[in-house]
Design a protein around this ligand. Structure first.
Ligand code: 5GP
Ligand code: ZN
Length: 113
């Protein structure tokens, strides 16, 4: 499958790795929107959040818990951070392999617009 994030997870395309385990891979966003901006992806290809089902329930929970664990380790947790899944075009999804954005290190506007 010709998927950029499958290739990043497999190490076929280089990335700045933050974390890896048997289920997920996390790496810094190439175009950061905040002082800290990394992405957490499942190693398994899922195109959009609409394609996730109950069989992915534990995986999605794991991704969120990896986000909070890494933010605690990075010292972002006290001040705060944001996690976002963009789904399809109106949300601005450009890579069709689900990825949790994790942003922190500055005050983040809400709503994002
Ligand atoms: P989306 O808009 O789909 O929610 O987010 C895709 C994100 O992936 C964007 O923030 C973009 O900067 C990032 N991205 C796209 N291509 C690459 C890449 O080759 N390497 C890395 N590290 N990030 C990428
Ligand atoms: Zn993929």
């Amino acid at each position: 499958m010709d998927c950029l994030f499958c290739k990043i997870a497999a190490g076929e395309i280089p990335s700045n790795k933050v974390y890896e385990d048997d289920q997920v891979y996390a790496f810094h966003d190439i175009n950061p929107g905040a002082p800290t901006h990394f992405l957490i992806i499942p190693k398994q290809h899922i195109a959009t959040l609409n394609d996730a089902g109950t069989e992915h329930q534990a995986l999605l929970g794991h991704i969120q818990l990896v986000a909070s664990k890494l933010c605690k380790e990075m010292g972002l947790a006290e001040e705060g951070y944001r996690t976002v899944f963009n789904c399809n075009k109106q949300a601005g999804q450009t890579v069709f392999h689900i990825h949790l954005h994790v942003l922190g290190g500055r005050a983040l506007r809400w709503p994002p617009g």
